[in-house]
Design a binder for this molecule. Structure first.
Ligand code: SIN
Length: 485
C-alpha cells in the first residue's frame, strides 16, 4: 500500500456515505489502485442495491427541509463548502493524483475548478426567476414558477473525479434538490473527501449520499427508483444510452455529458504558434483522457509540414512520469486496459498506412504510461478518426478547402467540443456556425470554465452544466393559472 501523506488524514475516507453515516462495514471490499505503479491506495467497502435504496430514502427524507431553506441559506452552505475545498486543496489534490494518476499541478487545478462551480452556484442559487405572461382573458393571470426537481442521481467518471461531482452537486443543491451519487469505482476517494467536507460545511445529513461498489446494481436503483426524479451522468455514450433506456420506465429527466470526437482545425491563415499551443493544451491535458480533447487535428495542406514540425517539437518536450513529481506533464493512463485500447487504435492506423512522427510506444516507467504520440496520414476509415481516443495520441489529417474540412469535422455521431484557428473574421463566423458541436473554441484550445455552458449535441448528450443556464437542469417549470380575478 503506497503511503499518502496528508495534513488532514480524516479526508481519506474509504466508505460509502449514506444519511450522514460512513458505511465502512461490508461483506466485501475492493481495491483502489494507483495507476502509476498499481500499488493499493485503499480498500473500499463494496456496497450495492441495499445501500443505494437506503441512500434514496435518506435523500427523499432530507428533501422537504432542504428545499424549504431559503436560497440565501443554501448559498451560505455551498460557499462554506467551497472555502473548505480550497483550504484543503493540497490534500484533495494528493488524493486525486493517487487514485487517478494525473500530475499534481492538474489535480490542484481540478480542485479549484470544482470549487469554482460551488462558488458560482452559491451565487446563482439567489437568481432563480419566474415569469408572468399576458393572459388570454381578463379574469386570469398566467404565472410561471421554478421549483427543485427533487432527488437527483449523479453518476460521475474517473477522469475528473472531483470536479465532475462538484459540477453536478453544486447546481443540484443550489436549486433545492438532494442527491445520491455513484462515483467511478476507479476513483471513489475524491468523492468521499468531498462528502467529508460537505459535512464539515454544515450541509445536513441525507442531502448528499454517496454509494460505491456494485455499479450495475446501484445504477439500476438510481435509474428505476420512482423517488429519483432526475439522473445526471458524465461518461461514455454507450453507457449513457443504456442509462437513458433504464430511466425511460419512470420517465426520469436526464442530463447526459457523453463522449466526444473533437475536431481541431488549423487553417492556413492561422497563427501557427498559437495553434500549436492550443493543440498541446487540448490534446495532452490529463494524458488525453478528457471528452473535450482534440481527437482529430485537421491542418490545411499548405501549412501541414510546418505545423507538424512545431507540434512535434513541443510534444517531444513533455515529461512523462508519476503525477506526484512536480515536473511531470503526462501521468499514467487510468489502467492498462485503457492503454491497450489506445495502442490497438494506433496499430490499426499504422497497418492502414498512417505514419507515426512522434512516440507511438509505451513508456518504460510502467504498464500505464504511454508516450505523447503524433501520427500523420490518418483517414476516415480508421478507428482513430471514428472513435474517441482517450489517450495521448494526436492524429493529423490534411485538408484543402474550408468546405471539405467542415464536412469531415461534422462526419461523426459526436458533437461535444470543436476547435479551430483562423485570423479571417468572415471565416471565424462561417465555421463557428457550421460546426455541429455544443462548444466551439476559436483560437483557443482551452475553453471550459464555470461561466460557460458545458454540453454537447448529437450523441454527445443533452443538457448543459455550469453558466447561467446550469440551474435549469435541476428545476421544473410550473405554470400557475390564477382564475376568478
Ligand atoms: C470531461 O472531460 O468530462 C470534462 C472536461 C472539462 O470540464 O474541461
Amino acid at each position: 500500500m503506497s503511503e499518502l501523506k496528508l495534513s488532514d488524514p480524516k479526508l481519506f475516507r474509504t466508505a460509502s456515505y449514506v444519511n450522514g453515516v460512513w458505511l465502512s462495514e461490508a461483506d466485501q471490499y475492493f481495491e483502489v489502485a494507483n495507476p502509476a505503479d498499481q500499488s493499493e491506495v485503499a480498500k473500499v467497502a463494496y456496497h450495492g442495491a441495499k445501500a443505494a435504496e437506503a441512500a434514496v430514502k435518506a435523500a427523499q427524507d432530507a428533501l422537504p427541509q432542504w428545499r424549504a431553506k431559503t436560497a440565501q441559506e443554501r448559498s451560505v452552505l455551498l460557499r462554506r463548502w467551497r472555502d473548505l475545498l480550497m483550504e484543503h486543496q493540497e490534500d484533495l489534490a494528493r488524493i486525486l493524483t493517487a487514485e487517478q494518476g494525473k500530475p499534481l499541478k492538474e489535480s490542484r487545478g481540478e480542485i479549484a475548478y470544482g470549487a469554482n462551480y460551488m462558488e458560482w452556484f452559491a451565487e446563482e442559487a439567489k437568481r432563480v426567476y419566474g415569469d408572468t405572461i399576458s393572459a388570454p382573458t381578463n379574469d386570469k393571470r398566467v404565472v410561471v414558477i421554478k421549483q427543485a426537481v427533487g432527488v437527483v442521481a449523479c453518476i460521475t467518471p474517473w477522469n475528473f473525479p472531483s470536479a465532475m461531482l462538484a459540477r453536478k452537486l453544486a447546481p443540484a443543491l443550489a436549486a433545492g434538490c438532494t442527491a445520491v451519487c455513484k462515483p467511478a469505482n476507479e476513483t471513489p476517494l475524491s468523492a468521499f473527501a468531498l462528502a467529508e467536507l460537505a459535512e464539515r460545511a454544515g450541509i445536513p445529513k441525507g442531502v448528499i449520499n454517496i454509494v460505491c461498489g456494485d455499479t450495475p446494481a446501484i445504477g439500476k436503483v438510481f435509474t428505476k427508483h420512482p423517488d429519483i426524479k432526475k439522473l445526471t451522468f458524465t461518461g461514455s455514450t454507450r453507457v449513457g444510452k443504456m442509462l437513458m433506456e433504464q430511466c425511460a420506465s419512470t420517465v426520469k429527466r436526464t442530463s447526459m455529458e457523453l463522449g466526444g470526437n473533437a475536431p481541431f482545425i488549423v487553417f492556413e491563415d492561422a497563427d501557427l504558434d498559437a495553434a500549436v499551443e492550443g493543440a498541446m493544451a487540448s490534446k495532452y491535458r490529463n494524458a488525453g483522457q478528457t471528452c473535450v480533447c482534440a481527437n482529430r487535428i485537421f491542418v490545411q495542406s499548405s501549412v501541414l509540414e510546418e505545423f507538424a514540425e512545431k507540434f512535434a517539437r513541443a510534444a517531444a518536450g513533455l515529461t512523462v512520469g508519476p503525477g506526484t513529481s512536480d515536473d511531470v506533464d503526462i501521468g499514467p493512463m487510468i489502467h492498462e486496459k485503457a492503454l491497450t485500447d489506445v495502442a490497438e487504435k494506433l496499430g490499426e492506423a499504422v497497418e492502414k498506412g498512417a505514419e507515426i512522427i512522434l512516440g507511438g510506444d509505451r513508456n518504460e516507467l510502467g504498464s500505464c504510461f504511454f508516450n505523447p504520440t503524433i501520427i500523420s496520414g490518418v483517414r476516415d476509415d480508421m478507428r482513430l478518426f471514428r472513435e474517441e481516443i482517450f489517450g495521448p495520441v494526436a492524429p493529423l489529417i490534411s485538408f484543402e478547402t474550408e468546405a471539405e474540412v467542415i464536412r469531415m469535422a461534422n462526419d461523426t455521431e459526436y458533437g461535444l467540443a470543436a476547435y479551430f484557428y483562423s485570423r479571417d473574421i468572415g471565416r471565424v463566423w462561417r465555421v463557428s456556425e457550421a460546426l455541429d458541436y455544443g462548444m466551439v473554441g476559436v483560437n483557443t484550445g482551452a475553453m471550459t470554465n464555470v461561466a460557460a455552458p458545458f454540453g454537447g449535441v448529437k450523441q454527445s448528450g443533452q443538457g448543459r452544466e455550469g453558466s447561467k443556464y446550469g440551474l435549469d437542469d435541476y428545476m421544473e417549470m410550473k405554470y400557475l393559472c390564477m382564475g376568478g380575478i
